[in-house]
Design a binder for this molecule. Structure first.
Ligand SMILES: *Cc1c(COP(=O)(O)O)cnc(C)c1O
Length: 417
C-alpha cells in the first residue's frame, strides 16, 4: 500500500482513488485534462505558519521562482509572507499576488536596468546586490528616479550545502554573491553612494538542503560580519539568510522542519539585533503540488518496459537536468502486479523521462499517474519545447478546486492572437 500521506497530509486514497483536500484527482484530470498541475492551498498555509512560529519576528519572503502563479503567491501572502524575487517578471507576479512592495526582496546576478527601475519605482524592501557594478548602476537609477534604494550585499559564505552542484550557490567558485573579504569593501562603496541605503546582509547557500548544519556555519559567519560592520558604524537592520531547506522526494527522505532550521541558526544570531528574513521556496510549495499525467502507450522492448505518458521534460524538467527523483503513484489503484519501467514523455530527447527503472503498479493506456512533489520548480521551469502548450494549474482548498491558469493553446505559444 502506497503511503502518500508522508509527502503531503492532504493527499490520500479514498475508495482506491487519490484525493487532494477531499477532491478526486481523477475528476480533476477528466475536467481539466492532462498534464495538469494541482496544488493544495492548505499545505502552503501550514508551511508558512510553521515558518512563522519557528522564527517569531522574522519576515518570511516566499521565493517566487519555485512557483510563480499569483494565486499561489496570494495564499502565502494571506498568511503573512512577503516575496523573494529574481526578475522583473517575478516582481509583477508578486504584486499580482497581492504582496506589498515593502515585503519584497530582490536577488539575482544579472538584473537589467529596466528591472531595477521597476523595482526602484515600486520601492521594494531591499535589493540583494551581487556585484560591485550592480551597486553603481542601482545608485544611478535610484538617483535618476529621485529615490533611495535599500541594499544588502549578498555574501558568499563559502560553505558546502551538500546538495546537487547545480543548486549549490554559496561556494567560492559560484557566480553568486561576493566573498567576505571583498564584501566589506563593497559595503564601503555602498555607504558612499548617495542614493543607496545600506540596510542588510544577504546570503543563500543553495537548494534542497536536507542537513541543517551548513546553515549554522553560514549564519555564524554572517553574524560575525554583522558585528564587524556594526562596530564600524553601519546600521544593518536586516539579516537575510535565504532559502534552500530541502523536502522529501523519496519515501525514505527525512525532511528538516522549519523549527529544526530555527534551532540550528538562531543561537548563532545571539546578540545580533537585526530583523531576520528567510526566503523559502521549495519547502513552501514543493510537496503542495502534483503533476497529473495520462498514460498514452505502453511499449515493451526486450530489456525494458516503457510507460509513455503525456507529460514531458518541457512540463517537469527536474528529472532531466538534476537527475531528480519524483515519486509516482497511480491516481486509481488497480492493485495488480508491479512492473519495473521507465516512465517517459513524448519529447524527442533521450533525456526526457520522469522516472528510470522504477517499480510502479501495473498501468494501462488511459490511466492517470500522479507525479509527487511537483509544486516547486515544476510549472515554473516548464517550456514550450517541441511546441507543447504548458499545462493548466488548479488550486484546491478544503474540498473545492479552481482553475488558476488555463491550459495554453497553439495561438498563445505562437503569439498570433
Ligand atoms: C532560489 C532561491 C531561493 C529559494 O530556494 P529554495 O531552495 O526553493 O528554498 C531563495 N533565495 C534565493 C536568492 C534564491 O535564488
Amino acid at each position: 500500500m502506497e503511503k502518500v500521506e508522508i509527502f503531503n497530509s492532504y493527499l490520500s486514497y479514498k475508495d482506491g482513488v487519490l484525493h487532494i483536500e477531499g477532491v478526486s484527482i481523477e475528476d480533476l484530470a477528466k475536467e481539466y485534462g492532462t498534464p495538469l498541475y494541482i496544488y493544495s492551498a492548505s499545505y502552503v498555509r501550514d508551511r508558512i505558519r510553521e515558518y512563522r512560529s519557528a522564527f517569531k519576528d522574522a519576515l518570511i519572503c516566499y521565493a517566487v521562482k519555485a512557483n510563480f502563479n499569483p494565486e499561489v503567491i496570494r495564499v502565502a501572502g494571506e498568511e503573512g509572507a512577503g516575496a523573494d524575487i529574481v526578475s522583473g517578471g517575478e516582481l509583477i507576479c508578486a504584486l499580482r499576488g497581492g504582496i506589498d512592495p515593502s515585503k519584497i526582496v530582490y536577488a539575482g546576478v544579472g538584473k537589467t536596468e529596466k528591472e531595477l527601475e521597476l523595482a526602484v519605482e515600486k520601492e521594494i524592501l531591499m535589493f540583494n546586490v551581487e556585484s560591485s557594478d550592480e551597486l553603481y548602476v542601482l545608485n544611478e537609477i535610484a538617483g535618476r528616479l529621485g529615490r533611495k534604494a535599500r541594499v544588502a550585499i549578498r555574501v558568499n559564505p563559502d560553505v558546502d550545502p551538500k546538495t546537487h552542484p547545480y543548486i549549490s550557490t554559496g561556494m567560492k567558485k559560484s557566480k553568486f554573491g561576493i566573498d567576505f573579504e571583498t564584501a566589506k569593501e563593497e559595503y564601503r562603496v555602498a555607504r558612499e553612494l548617495p542614493n543607496l541605503e545600506v540596510a542588510g546582509i544577504h546570503c543563500h547557500i543553495g537548494s534542497q538542503i536536507l542537513d541543517v548544519s551548513p546553515y549554522r556555519e553560514a549564519v555564524s559567519k554572517v553574524a560575525v560580519l554583522w558585528k564587524e560592520l556594526t562596530d564600524e558604524g553601519y546600521e544593518i537592520g536586516y539579516i537575510d539568510i535565504g532559502g534552500g531547506l530541502g523536502i522529501r522526494y523519496r519515501p525514505e527522505d527525512r525532511e528538516p522542519s522549519p523549527s529544526e532550521l530555527a534551532e540550528a541558526v538562531l543561537p548563532a544570531l545571539e546578540g545580533v539585533s537585526a530583523k531576520l528574513i528567510l526566503e523559502p521556496g521549495r519547502s513552501m510549495v514543493g510537496n503542495a503540488g502534483i503533476l497529473v499525467t495520462q498514460v498514452q502507450f505502453l511499449k515493451d522492448k526486450e530489456i525494458k518496459h516503457f510507460v509513455i505518458v503525456d507529460a514531458g521534460m518541457n512540463d517537469l524538467v527536474r528529472p532531466s537536468i538534476y537527475d531528480a527523483y519524483h515519486h509516482i503513484v497511480p491516481v486509481k489503484k488497480r492493485d495488480g502486479e508491479h512492473i519495473i519501467a521507465d516512465v517517459v514523455g513524448p519529447i524527442c530527447e533521450t533525456g526526457d523521462f520522469l522516472a528510470k527503472d522504477r517499480r510502479i503498479e501495473w498501468v494501462e493506456r488511459g490511466d492517470y499517474l500522479a507525479v509527487l512533489s511537483a509544486g516547486a520548480y515544476g510549472f515554473s521551469m516548464a517550456s514550450h519545447y517541441n511546441v507543447r502548450p504548458r499545462p493548466a494549474e488548479v488550486l484546491v482548498e478544503k474540498g473545492s478546486a479552481r482553475l488558476i491558469r488555463e491550459r495554453e493553446d497553439y495561438d498563445y505559444i505562437l503569439n498570433i492572437r
